[in-house]
Every structure is written in structure tokens, then in C-alpha cells.
Design a protein around this ligand. Structure first.
Ligand code: SF4
Length: 209
């Protein structure tokens, strides 16, 4: 038990919900082929979350990180996209270092609600109002992706955009269940405020995971 706790606290065990190969479906990296690693556990509680099954980490088996790395290596994929749930609930340094050692790019999808760990090629920060990001991630984020559920979210998106570094790409993404109503609003907004880009959930349109 003690050994398991030590492995868990050093990132050598992770609660893995699923692993699959697909294309990134949203954000700046849309269309990039990647090995997806989805870890279980998230307590942010977005009502529109499309992976609610990920929330309870105890439902997902603790897996040796080394075994995951072997599968990634065998897959031949150049990029690993680590998502959740919330990956930053767990120390990511070990996983990132091992992937770096085999020259695999590391992309992170996070709400930033937990402290940043790991070394990343690309950090996509998708902040949530009810669990604001730890402040230090704003200077490290490569991409800010704000989910818009109503036009009133745009003011909040602007306040989040003020916090990121100048090189950070900033994107607005309609919440999927409201896409028909919100997308045209975002198109008009982005034409008027062209520092923003539009992110659509392309994987849902083409029915891939
Ligand atoms: S932060 Fe992400 S995983 Fe967590 S509830 Fe929100 S959308 Fe779902």
C-alpha cells in the first residue's frame, strides 16, 4: 500500500479512463493526429461537460505510467494529448520527462484549476468560472480557449484574455448544446474583435472521438 502511495504521489501511477488515437478536434491544434490519454478525476463540475464519466477518479483503474509510455512508443505517434478530467490533479513531471526522453510532443488540456506540473510543448488553458485557474498558468499557456454558453460570457472571456501572455492564442468556442445560437454571435464578435479566433468541436461534426 505504501509503495502504491509513493508511486501515485510521484506520478508513476495514474487513473486512466481511456487511451486512443484520433485527431485533435478543437482549438488551435485541430486536425493534429495524437495519442490521447484521458485521466480520471475532475471536481470542477461544468454542467455541459461531455465527459462526466471522468469526474470520479475512483472509477478508473490506476495504471503504471511506464506501461502507458510503452503503448505510446509502440503507437509511433509524435504527439500525446493529455486530457481529462483534470490532468493537473496528478503530478505530470514523470510522464512528461519520460515522453520527452523519447521525443514525443506533450500537449496538455487543462482548466488550470490545479497547480501546473510537467514540461509541455503546448498548454491549452480552458478556464472555468466556478474554479478559476491558478494564476501562474496564464504566463505559460500557449492557447486560451474560452467556452461560451451565453453572450454574457464574452466579458469574462475578455478579462481572462487580459491575463495571458502576449504570445498566447485566444479562442472562443460555443458550448456544443448551444452551438446553433452561439456560433453566429461568436462569428460577428470575432470579426469586430479580431484578436480572437473561433474554435469549433470538429470531432463532433465528423463523429470521431
Ligand atoms: S473542467 Fe473539463 S472535465 Fe472538468 S467538468 Fe469542466 S469540462 Fe468536464
Amino acid at each position: 500500500m505504501k509503495q502504491q502511495e509513493e508511486q501515485f504521489s510521484s506520478g508513476k501511477l495514474l487513473p486512466v479512463m481511456e487511451e486512443f488515437i484520433s485527431l485533435q478536434g478543437e482549438g488551435i491544434k485541430t486536425g493534429t493526429a495524437a495519442y490521447f490519454l484521458r485521466v480520471g478525476g475532475c471536481d470542477v463540475g461544468c454542467y455541459w461537460c461531455d465527459v462526466k464519466e471522468s469526474w470520479d477518479a475512483s472509477l478508473h483503474p490506476l495504471v503504471q505510467t511506464e506501461d502507458v509510455i510503452s503503448r505510446i512508443k509502440e503507437s509511433g505517434m509524435q504527439t500525446v494529448l493529455i486530457t481529462g478530467g483534470e490532468p493537473l490533479l496528478y503530478p505530470m513531471d514523470y510522464l512528461c520527462q519520460q515522453l520527452k526522453d523519447i521525443n514525443v510532443n506533450r500537449f496538455l488540456e487543462t482548466s488550470g484549476s490545479e497547480k501546473l506540473s510537467g514540461e509541455w510543448e503546448w498548454i491549452c488553458l480552458s478556464p472555468k468560472k466556478n474554479a478559476p485557474p491558478f494564476p501562474e498558468i496564464y504566463s505559460k499557456a500557449n492557447e486560451l480557449k474560452v467556452i461560451i454558453t451565453s453572450p454574457s460570457d464574452l466579458a469574462w472571456a475578455e478579462s481572462e484574455a487580459k491575463k495571458v501572455n502576449p504570445n498566447c492564442e485566444i479562442l472562443l468556442q460555443p458550448e456544443w448544446s448551444k452551438r446553433n445560437e452561439i456560433t453566429p454571435i461568436l462569428v460577428s464578435y470575432i470579426i469586430e474583435n479580431n484578436q480572437w479566433k473561433l474554435s469549433l468541436q470538429a470531432h463532433k461534426y465528423i463523429n470521431i472521438p
